[in-house]
Design a binder for this molecule. Structure first.
Ligand code: G3H
Length: 541
């Protein structure tokens, strides 16, 4: 048996070899959920959580049960909704009426509580979704930093709207007001970051919320429940666990959700939106599928392009919405590119999430391995080869990256988002081929282009900026830094996120205006002087 295959066969650890610091001590049996400021105890059906990390036992590999979470029902879901509706109270609730400064103080409390349970969250990210410790650390720290940057951004936003303006004899003051109740659902690959990246801006702008954690990456909410409870007034954040298919429809059908913040598949987003009785009323902030291409031009620095493309396509096992999911490489350099790519893959460290510098880890979604296998077989049937040694070799939840070459439009992998460690390489002669791919694709999030010829790169940039929302030159596709706008065209997203864009997505510009006649100016001045309106006052904070 080849060395790599032997390593994959032995990829899972003996209990004794798991460092003490990273062991799951006791199962996390999460019986409580948060509604209206109360930790409600659930005595009904529970969902067992099993780790993608298997452990060797004398009888073979054994499954690791990490704990369980409640499968609350329709009634509990609607109670959470009613708590959020009451806390908002048509914009007259305590939370939307607090000053910005007071809302920021609550979020600060939340952050300082969250930081205290950091190691617990990192451990759960490793065991529940197979994220490396280093990857989890990045996710956690980035989330904290993003929240802290939001404070500055919202203060700037508020300051910039604190002046009265006079236009055509009308005096007006324009400020951003909250939208209402937000249903917030994040994805399993970034269960902490992508949930809080919508939830926190929504809260800071004065909205209230119902949060349903993703199907995988749920238990890490357990140490956060207390933090939410301590930091926010009752009903502002309500966290429910359960089967989305059962919980979400009645919540949406009530017509009481004002904003849907959802990161996941377009198919689910469409179904969820359709439950709302007046879909045109429902605002949506959506992060959906993508199939970001890399286009490697004939004069690219092959070494540098290979390194970026490996990182871009295989970081966190390719399970990033921003991952490079198809590589178009000029046929003049394709052979060399593919060989070096295969070498680079063979040097990636495979193993358990707590291992230093580990790159490829077990996959949490049980169905994904089967799906990746299907895509691989289909591509091989149509003439692609698995170029790298042991590519596609599996061991229960572990899938060793496979580099597929040459890929063409007859193959499913050319069109479908693999969301896993499969890397298709398409050779091209005419630049029109990858350009047409971008034009005809259902997705339009980002693209990466690799090359040195200034004229060729410049031209390509101008074509691609009308197809995707970010063009990366000699660099991977990625969301960060979080102050950059994160958006997508076509089926890839709705709305734009960034530290400042998110604040705008969860609020609406609202004006108080008056004709500059008959003492109206004095009335406005009087309101401001006496502070009888917080909207009109000099600083809302
Ligand atoms: O899954 C989508 C994430 O937002 C990607 O973030 O590009 O910073 O890894 P990232």
């Amino acid at each position: 048996m080849k060395e790599k295959e032997l390593q994959i066969r032995n990829i899972f650890p003996d209990e004794a070899n798991i460092p003490e610091l990273f062991r799951m001590k006791d199962p996390v049996v999460q019986r409580e959920y948060l509604v209206n400021g109360e930790m409600r105890r659930w005595t009904g059906e529970m969902q067992e959580v099993v780790s993608p990390v298997y452990v060797k036992s004398p009888s073979g590999l054994s499954e690791n049960v990490l704990g369980a979470y409640p499968l609350v029902g329709e009634k509990e879901g609607l109670e959470a909704l009613e708590a959020a509706v009451a806390a908002y109270n048509s914009g007259r609730g305590l939370w939307p009426s607090l000053s910005l400064h007071e809302r920021i103080a609550s979020v600060e409390t939340f952050v300082s509580e969250m930081v205290q349970v950091k190691e617990e969250i990192l451990r759960l990210l490793m065991w529940e979704i197979g994220k490396s410790y280093e990857g989890g650390l990045k996710e956690f720290d980035r989330t904290v930093e993003c929240i802290r940057n939001t404070f500055g951004a919202v203060e700037r936003l508020d300051r910039s709207s604190s002046q009265f303006i006079v236009e055509e004899s009308i005096i007006g003051k324009i400020r951003r007001a909250p939208l209402g109740v937000v249903l917030c659902m994040g994805p399993y690959n970034y269960p902490l970051n992508e949930t809080l990246a919508t939830l926190i801006p929504a809260l800071i702008m004065g909205n209230t919320s119902v949060v349903k954690p993703p199907k995988l990456g749920v238990l890490l909410y357990s140490p956060l429940l207390k933090a939410f409870r301590k930091a926010f007034p009752a009903g502002v954040v309500n966290i429910i666990y359960g089967d989305g298919k059962r919980l979400v429809p009645p919540i949406l059908r009530s017509g009481k959700i004002d904003v849907l913040a959802f990161i996941g598949s377009g198919r689910v987003a469409e179904i969820v939106k359709s439950y709302h009785p007046r879909p045109q009323r429902l605002r949506a902030v959506l992060g959906l599928e993508a199939k970001n291409p890399a286009i490697v031009l004939p004069d690219a620095d092959i070494d540098a392009a290979v390194k970026e493309c490996v990182r871009g396509s295989l970081s966190f096992n390719g399970q990033r919405c921003t991952a490079l999911k198809i590589l178009f490489v000029h046929s003049g350099i394709a052979k060399e590119f593919v060989e070096r790519f295969a070498d680079e893959v063979s040097s990636l460290r495979c193993g358990m999430p707590w291992e230093k510098d580990v790159f490829i880890t077990p996959l949490p979604d049980a169905d994904r391995i089967r799906y990746l296998g299907e895509l691989m077989k289909d591509a091989e049937k149509c003439g692609a080869r698995i170029v790298n040694k042991s590519g596609g070799c599996t061991n229960i939840t572990f899938f060793y990256p496979a580099l597929l070459y040459p890929v063409d439009s007859r193959m499913r992998i050319y069109h479908e988002e693999q969301f896993g460690p499969l890397v298709p390489v398409v050779p091209f002669d005419d630049i029109e081929a990858p350009v047409r791919y971008c034009i005809e694709s259902s997705y339009g999030q980002q693209a990466s282009i690799f090359g040195r010829d200034i004229a060729a790169l410049g031209k390509l940039v101008d074509v691609l900026v009308n197809q995707v929302c970010r063009v990366n030159i000699n660099s991977i596709c990625q969301r960060g830094p979080d102050v950059f706008p994160f958006a997508g065209r076509k089926d890839s997203s709705e709305g734009t996120l960034s530290v400042s864009d998110a604040l705008e997505a969860f609020s609406i510009r609202t004006i108080v205006a008056t004709k500059d006649v008959n003492g109206n100016r004095e009335i406005i001045t009087g309101i401001v002087r006496e502070g009888s309106s917080s909207f009109l006052s000099e600083r809302k904070s």
